[in-house]
Design a protein around this ligand. Structure first.
Ligand code: FES
Length: 158
């Protein structure tokens, strides 16, 4: 906030601009949430409340939609973003076990950030490397032909 050229209101002003674009339109919650998330990289409670107030919707409804779709984050991303593929090719080759191992190693669930802020975990539908299934990415690096043991080794290096 302190570094902001307009006293910390930039985000608010930009959010307001987004809301105004969709004023009076129906069924716009998802695009509004997408654009609002682009502003800060996640959707803080304050933003969800502003959206609910603006569209005269119950907060619980906005919160429900934001938590239902994996594309929305309610907390900031960790320093390292882990994407585990849950697509068909990865699934048949043990993708769920990879996801489970990441969760147990970091003590988080999909969509969460670890308590130390070091990792966040996002399941994704396909990472475009199906030939290497099962696959995960950490930031820009792709890791294929994974086993749960390999996952633990890889995470230990970060
Ligand atoms: S299904 Fe996993 S990379 Fe395509």
């Amino acid at each position: 906030m302190g570094n902001c050229c307009c006293g910390g209101n930039c985000q608010d002003a930009r959010l307001k601009e987004i809301l105004e674009q969709y004023k009076g339109m129906d069924g716009v919650l998802i695009p509004v949430l997408q654009k609002a998330q682009e502003l800060q990289g996640y959707l803080p409670e304050k933003t969800l409340r502003t959206i609910a107030d603006y569209f005269d919707m119950p907060y619980s409804e906005v919160y429900g939609v934001a938590t239902f779709y994996a594309q929305f984050r309610l907390i900031p991303s960790g320093q390292n973003v882990i994407k585990v593929c849950t697509g068909t090719a990865c699934h048949v080759r043990g993708g769920q076990k990879i996801l489970d191992r990441v969760c147990s190693e970091l003590n988080i669930k999909p969509g969460e950030t670890s308590a130390d802020g070091k990792f966040s975990l996002e399941p994704v539908a396909c990472l475009g490397a199906c030939g290497l299934a099962p696959v995960m990415m950490i930031n820009d690096s792709t890791f294929g032909r994974l086993t749960p043991a390999k996952v633990s080794e890889i995470l230990a290096k970060y």
